[in-house]
Design a protein around this ligand. Structure first.
Ligand SMILES: *Cc1c(COP(=O)(O)O)cnc(C)c1O
Length: 368
């Protein structure tokens, strides 16, 4: 057993000495939050890097998601995926919206676009898909359905930082997309998040909403929240942008190693990277089926016993949690593919500076 545990991820950080001048500037200016100079610079630099017209920075991705729903005045029912991090559905709950779960596709683990129409009711106002593991959703088909039924589309793009499909950012899709810069994500600001939008008026409304609804000193235009990103986070984000491309390139090498080592291993399937997609290699999910000598949970325990802390993302399904399982759409019979994948999935450690010996141990644990 190795002495130090191997975690699913190890947050990428720039050299500390590179960050000190930024900290000095914050200390000197005493501008700590409320849209200071680093906030403005990072917002602009990030929009340029991602190739999107407007970005509004947030303290974390969950607040961005909650505010995105407020920004578009979403109410009633929203069709979403049960196969995600809990925050996707929790954000609906915090807005008093009823989640309606539809099944996922086996190849991408994303909301199955062909299951959306059957879930629409007169109360449906929006679709909330997730680009799971950075795999792009079938955005054109989803937009067509949304246009036909007059629905909004909000993408939870927490896994999809920098992902493109045929050269186009996945953040171009839908009315809004949200990002997370949590420590465990490919691009991190310790905690952080953003809403991407395509319309200056909507950005303005979102900026009001994240600052209690203030439009100016004395005018409050909506019951907003405190969702602001602070100057520490923004300065770190600005610096992290200089390193993100090399971090993704290193993740790609780890992805490649796993794919080569696991090719043809009976009972282990790696999810394919769809054609034309530039991934960010946030996660390395595998599916463990009946041909493998151990059950998924048996293999999970074997890893744990070796101090390799793999995770079963996403198990359990959100629809199986106590607070959601009594919803009519949460019944397992409605979500067969999601149930199947949740029972088989396991995510292997992937991060830019993963130790070669640790990587070999992980592979050995699977193949021997
Ligand atoms: C991480 C994550 C979130 C939440 O982001 P935070 O920044 O941690 O609040 C939401 N959705 C998905 C799919 C995530 O992976």
């Amino acid at each position: 057993m190795s002495e130090k545990p191997v975690y699913l991820t190890r947050p990428h950080l720039p050299p500390l000495e590179d960050f000190l001048p930024y900290l000095q500037e914050i200390w000197d200016s005493r501008q700590l939050t409320n849209g200071g100079p680093f906030h403005q610079k990072f917002e602009q630099a990030l929009a340029e890097y991602l190739g999107v017209p407007y970005i509004s920075l947030f303290a974390n991705g969950t607040l961005a998601l909650i505010t995105a729903l407020q920004g578009l005045r979403i109410t009633g029912e929203v069709i979403t995926t049960p196969y995600s991090f809990v925050a996707t559905t929790h954000a609906l709950h915090w807005n008093g919206i009823k989640p309606v779960f539809a099944d996922i596709r086996g190849d991408t683990c994303n909301l199955d676009e062909e299951k959306i129409e059957a879930a629409i009711t007169p109360q449906t106002t929006a679709i909330l898909p997730v680009h799971c593991y950075g795999n792009p959703c079938a955005a054109e088909r989803i937009q067509k359905i949304a246009d036909t039924y007059g629905l909004k589309v909000i993408y939870d793009a927490a896994h999809a930082f920098g992902v493109t499909e045929n050269g186009r950012s996945v953040l171009d899709y839908g009315d809004l997309s949200i990002l997370s810069f949590h420590a465990t994500k490919t691009f991190n600001t310790f905690e952080g998040g953003a809403i991407v939008c395509h319309d200056s008026k909507l950005k303005q409304r979102i900026d009001y909403l994240k600052n209690f609804g203030f439009a100016d000193e004395t005018t409050v235009v909506a019951p907003g929240i405190n969702g602001k990103m602070n100057e520490f986070q923004a300065a770190l984000g600005l610096l992290q942008l200089q390193h993100i491309d090399s971090a993704i390139a290193k993740r790609q090498q780890v992805d490649q190693r796993y794919r080569e080592a696991l090719q043809g291993l009976p009972g282990i399937t790696c999810l394919p990277i769809p054609a034309g997609v530039r991934q960010n290699y946030s996660y390395f999910p595998i599916l463990v089926d009946g041909r493998y000598p151990l059950s998924r949970d048996g293999l999970y325990q074997k890893f744990r016993d070796r101090n390799i802390l793999v995770r079963r993302y996403f198990y359990p399904l959100i629809s199986d949690l106590t607070m959601y399982r009594s919803l009519p759409s949460a019944t397992p019979a409605n979500l067969p593919t999601a149930q199947d994948i949740a029972a088989k999935v396991m995510c292997l450690p992937i991060y830019p500076d993963i130790d070669e010996a640790d990587l070999q141990n992980i592979i050995d644990c699977l193949v021997r």
